[in-house]
Design a protein around this ligand. Sequence first.
Ligand code: CP
Length: 302
Amino acid sequence: MRQLRTLNDLSLTEIQALLSEADKDTKIPAKKMAGEPIVANLFFEPSTRTKCSFEMAEKQLGIETISFDVTHSSVLKGESLYDTAKTLEAIGCQALIIRHPETKYYQQLSGLTIPIINAGDGNGDHPTQSLLDLLTIKQEFKHFDSLHVVICGDILHSRVAHTNAKILEKLGAKVSYSGPLEWMDPDLQEDQYVTMDEAVDQADVLMLLRIQTERHDGDGGYTKETYHHQYGLTVEREKRMKANSIIMHPAPVNRDVELADPLVECDRSRIFKQMKNGVHVRKAVLTHILNLKGEKKYDHVI
Ligand code: CP
């Protein structure tokens, strides 16, 4: 058999031989066949940093990936997230890395036996972003206790803000918020809100967020200039920041909106360090989830 165009080209003996070969193959565990674990990266929303740094982490760990492009998949024929994930599990993927616009999408995947790694769910969580943010802060200050972190911008629609605020408070940091009042969390305590001018005076970590226009209508009526002037980190405001305070942003950054263009790469900016740390954190997560060191400790979903 040199090619396969139609079964009509094959003899019954050839067909029986193929069936027999395939049946024998079912007896070999997939893990034994592949030299390395095989995972799939499923991004139902655009991503540069998270997707590429997971891919970099996978390459550095020798993990194989199944290519999956939502725009050329059967999702376009109406296949559900569950059936897509179940299919990838059935063909032998050992973990799925998923970003999806639905908050807590992973709850509908409890019928899977392979682990799910959350690469961002709606405005719910972004756990690996949070881990890389924590690593960046820890490298800088060596501790979290009593640090004042001010998260500035579109808090209400940001999964990064939600995940970071919870874990930073648990770790002993003081978390305050700044930005347009209409985009603050309704549960926010009055004393947790600071103006941008107060934020620059007080913060050890100034964590800026972009406006999540994909999760709500419009831009709140702000122009780039009015937003930057009222709520952004301007060149003038940066000069008032404490000597050792740092600027963070999960990116993508809208230069001259949430922070002035020259500040993106200024001395106190850790924005590109955050991205570098993203690879290290995702390597650590994959190592634990896939038990690459042989000591499984973590749960089904991260
Ligand atoms: N910070 C972040 O999640 O960026 P991407 O959307 O580019 O992955």
